[in-house]
Design a protein around this ligand. Structure first.
Ligand code: CA
Length: 318
């Protein structure tokens, strides 16, 4: 039976690939997308989610509106030019999608997350690949529902490597460290797929040619990812392609053995120069129960083979 999947996304380039990966096989059933600010504004995230779902023939997957800014923020978040240079002017690279076929649906993200966790319990995999604002709000609203999910996987963090928005912080965590701390300190068991592994899982640029041959959906994804690859080429000269941050998190939810994890009990720094840094509190170190499985190694060949097969299926209408 297909595992049920809920994706919490801030739809830029790699979130779009996470959607395609999720749709690329019968063993995952995408029940809903919840949208959060991050790579783009929340409004752009939900529109981009609908556009990508439309392009891939998944018009019936509902998209729920989520947080417009970090926990406690007074104004909606708008990405600055440095983020626009990575994901494109509206988050989808060079792709200019038609207007989405529908609108975002009620309820809002926290209620949608909790409702699906209650409804599907251990059959549901929750994967969050943006700031953790929606998950934190879901825990505030119903402290138990997320604990009923079969798994919670988060793309975020840089535990053993340098960060990508500061020396110590990764973008998703740093965008809302208070929510990250809320989720981490809740004791919710989760798997953390951070830069420690995602920066090793690069998709070579050659894949885009195969996508373009697959028709309009492939051309759309190639236009998104081509831009993203250009931005990585500027930042990491000599590396071919782009990292598959968000698809790797979905892959781990589907096949946990694609990564090796170390158990930890993490918290998050919420201010100052170490803002967004993940760490283990000294008082927690001796504890036997460590709720976070932190991915530290990845079978890159196994993942890339699986990713390309699933993309092929998603782009050719399965
Ligand atoms: Ca993302």
């Amino acid at each position: 039976m297909a595992r049920k999947l809920l994706l919490d996304l801030d739809v830029g380039a790699d979130d779009a690939l996470a959607i395609a990966y999720a749709l690329g096989g019968p063993d995952l059933e995408l029940l809903a997308v919840t949208a959060v600010f991050g790579n783009v504004s929340q409004r752009e995230a939900q529109e981009n989610a609908m556009s990508v779902l439309d392009a891939l023939g998944a018009r019936l997957v509902p998209v729920h509106p989520g947080a417009v800014g970090a926990r406690g923020a007074e104004l909606p978040w708008e990405p600055d030019p440095s983020v626009r240079r990575i994901h494109g002017p509206r988050g989808l690279g060079r792709w200019r999608p038609p207007a989405p076929s529908r609108r975002a649906e009620a309820p809002t993200a926290p209620s949608a997350i909790n409702r699906l966790c209650r409804e599907w319990g251990s059959e549901l995999a929750v994967v969050a690949t943006g700031p953790l604002t929606n998950l934190a709000a879901a825990l505030d609203e119903d402290p138990d529902a997320l604990f009923a999910a079969g798994s919670v996987t988060v793309m975020g963090g840089a535990v053993s490597c340098e960060g990508n928005v500061s020396a110590v912080a990764e973008a998703n965590i740093a965008a809302d460290p208070a929510s990250a701390r809320r989720v981490l300190e809740s004791g919710l068991p989760l798997t953390l797929v951070g830069l420690d592994v995602t920066m090793r899982a690069f998709l070579p640029r050659g894949a885009l040619e195969r996508w373009r041959d697959a028709g309009p959906a492939g051309e759309a994804l190639a236009a998104i990812v081509d831009f993203y690859m250009d931005s990585y080429e500027g930042r990491y000269p000599g590396r071919d392609g782009c990292p598959l941050h968000d698809p790797l998190a979905v892959a781990v939810a589907r096949d946990p053995l694609v990564v090796d994890c170390v158990p930890m009990a993490l918290s998050c720094e919420t201010e100052g120069p170490l803002n967004g840094r993940l760490f283990q509190r000294l008082a927690d170190l001796p504890r036997a129960r460590k709720p976070h499985a932190v991915a530290m190694d990845v079978d890159v060949d196994r993942f890339l083979r699986d990713f390309e097969e699933r993309l092929e299926r998603a782009l050719r209408g399965r």
